[in-house]
Ligand binder design. Structure first.
Ligand code: NDP
Ligand code: 8X3
Length: 254
């Protein structure tokens, strides 16, 4: 029987790496992307013992390179069954008037444009086959803004609305779309956000029990195994130890 194929962007750490591991164990063949060649080589070596693995090292915000991905796919990987648009990042937690504009650009280029490009190149393959599943990794940040979240929150709100809107386009095609919206999860996310400041990054997970990358991988596997007539539109997943807070009120006398 032909193996099913999953394309995971940002497979070199965190959620992406955990999804790759789980799907390899479950007998899927993998297309794995990221910018760190060494990590991709390590994944190829490790997971290649279990299944067929094709790795592509590129920056998803580079449209030309993303467009070449399809042309360079070996024939046996061409029928992509599932695309997990996972690659993404937050940079900084400063108030909007103090942020580095380069950080804003990078979040928009990666979380919005990169996700758009990957979706656009894969959709025709799925449409032609009359099946497929796009799983976007949004965030609670797309629903619940917080101080310093500014552009990161906005990029994840884009992911939510884009997911809903392409579902509307894809009605009748057999292609499913889900936006997973995780809350606090312990990965390299905070080291990236705080630019390798370990103390700040560790503080995010201190004295609480965050989600793990495996929690999200299990969620992706569960979604993919739902019957093809079922489409889970949105899934917000928080750690038990996380909840929304009250609206803030500024009081001039404090
Ligand atoms: P990690 O930092 O561990 O992983 C991020 C992945 O994205 C890496 O594999 C990285 O690979 C890849 N990536 C980042 N930028 C680019 C780029 N320009 N081109 C290609 N690949 C890129 O974080 P997570 O696993 O936590 O994050 C995965 C997704 O989950 C992100 O979209 C994030 O916003 C989202 N998320 C995370 C939450 C959390 O609390 N951890 C909660 C909610 C959502 P490389 O560096 O090799 O390019
Ligand atoms: C990551 C979760 O709350 O740090 O998307 O934005 S949060």
């Amino acid at each position: 029987m032909t193996k099913k194929t999953i394309l995971i962007t940002g497979a070199t750490s965190g959620f992406g790496a955990a999804i790759a591991q789980l799907f390899a164990q479950n007998g899927w063949q993998l297309i794995l992307t990221g910018r760190r060649q060494q990590r991709l080589d390590d994944l190829q070596k490790q997971l290649g013992r279990m299944t067929n693995v094709h790795t592509c090292c590129f920056d998803i915000s580079d449209r030309t390179v993303v467009e070449q991905l399809i042309d360079n796919l070996p024939a046996e990987f061409a029928d992509v069954d599932v695309l997990v648009n996972n690659a993404g990042l937050a940079l900084g937690l400063e108030p909007a008037d103090q942020t580095d504009l380069d950080d804003w650009d990078k979040m928009v280029d990666t979380n919005i444009k990169g996700l758009m490009y990957c979706t656009r190149i894969i959709l025709p393959i799925m449409k032609q086959r009359g099946q497929g599943y796009i799983i976007n990794i949004g965030s609670v940040a797309g629903n619940w803004p917080y101080p310093g979240g500014n552009v990161y929150c906005a990029t994840k709100a884009f992911v939510r609305q884009f997911s809903l809107a392409i579902r509307a386009d894809l009605l009748g095609t057999g292609i499913r779309v889900t936006n997973i919206e995780p809350g606090n999860a312990e990965t390299e996310f905070s080291m990236v956000r705080f630019k390798d400041n370990e103390q700040q990054a560790e503080g995010v997970y201190q004295s609480t029990e965050a989600l793990t990358a495996e929690d999200i991988a299990n969620t992706v596997a569960w979604l993919v195994n739902t019957p093809s007539h079922v489409n889970v539109t949105t899934m917000e997943i928080m750690p038990t130890q996380q909840a929304t807070g009250p609206l803030a009120i500024y009081r001039a006398d404090h």
